[in-house]
Design a protein around this ligand. Structure first.
Ligand code: AKB
Length: 314
């Protein structure tokens, strides 16, 4: 490969698995992990790691130059629940991190950027089922507002300065290597820990709240495939979907593997966030433009999660 890759936010839920997959493809030495805190053992041991505060543009620049990096995956964000509690902090971090990277691209230091958007860009007025790529986009959460602004900034830098920036609207992501933190879809990961440890779970969403979700392997493949594809004429933050379920449907899928598992419901303020998001998304544009297709369905995801977590937490 020609140039090296930097993952900012490599200790997070997506960053961890992205580093490992990119190292498998491009070689350990070519993929530099970075975060404000240490990551999981595999990430720390398998290749280079830099402590990096994404709000400090100078520090990012130094790391880029030191390792001769030209491609950056910016996987840092304050997610929906924490953002509601700290609007200004969330706005500052989510926007300054993106600005720092886009500006370094404008200076010619970075050639290619990946930045994650989310289903949180959609709001209560958006069509809920098979939400189109282009539709009413009026987010009602702090996190969603920052993601929509981010999409607009990426489009601006792409159009105005020719920056190659690519983006996906991730649904809720389900994985076992690193826990998510501060999101509304986090219940769909927590439930597996409790299913194994206690055989019961109390969900903070109502039983029939349907949200779009995806197994992490598919999200990682989507991310890398998009970055490997030829550049599109215009910046698009692509809808990508895999499956949708409610807490009740997820519990039923878990019961196929752990029949004694039980679920109870105690909805809190996160319910309102979930209700403002789509139930499913139309991702046909991603399929048409760069061949996107999810590989893991709900039942397969449940089996993979239980197998992965048995190994990790036992
Ligand atoms: C969250 O729940 O905040 C995130 C997201 C859907 O972007 N997982």
């Amino acid at each position: 490969m020609g140039s090296k890759i930097l993952i900012i936010g490599s200790s997070g839920q997506i960053g961890t698995e992205l580093v490992l997959k990119l190292r498998e493809i491009y070689g350990n030495e070519n993929v530099i992990a970075s975060d404000i805190r240490k990551g999981n053992y595999e990430v720390m041991e398998s290749g280079p790691f830099e402590f990096l505060d994404v709000t400090n543009k100078k520090d990012i620049e130094e790391v880029l130059i030191k390792h001769q990096i030209k491609e950056v995956y910016l996987m840092v964000a304050i997610l929906s629940v924490i953002a509601e509690q700290n609007p200004q902090m969330a706005w500052d971090l989510n926007m300054s991190s993106l600005f720092n990277v886009l500006e370094l691209a404008r200076k010619g230091i970075i050639d290619k950027v990946f930045w994650p958007s989310s289903i949180a860009v959609f709001g209560p007025e958006t069509p809920k089922k098979m939400t189109p790529q282009d539709t009413i986009i009026k987010p009602s959460t702090v996190y969603g507002i920052s993601k929509l602004a981010g999409e607009n900034w990426c489009a601006y830098y792409s159009r105005k300065y020719g920056i190659d920036v690519r983006s996906l609207r991730y649904p809720g992501l389900i994985s076992y290597k690193t826990t998510p933190g501060g999101g509304t879809t986090d219940y769909a990961v927590e439930i597996f820990y409790e299913a194994i440890r206690r055989k019961s779970y109390t969900c903070f969403l109502k039983e029939d709240t349907v949200l779009p979700m995806m197994y992490m392997d598919d999200a990682i493949n989507a991310t890398i495939n998009l970055m490997q594809s030829p550049r599109m004429d215009d910046y698009i933050s692509y809808n990508i979907g895999a499956f949708s379920f409610s807490p009740k449907q997820l519990a039923e899928a878990i019961q196929k593997q752990i029949p004694e598992f039980t679920i109870a419901y105690n909805p809190d303020s996160r319910q309102e966030i979930a209700e403002s998001w789509p139930e499913s998304v139309d991702d046909s544009q991603a399929g048409k433009d760069w061949g996107w297709e999810a590989k893991t369905d709900l039942d397969k995801m449940v089996v993979l999660m239980l197998q992965g977590l048995h190994y990790t937490i036992s």
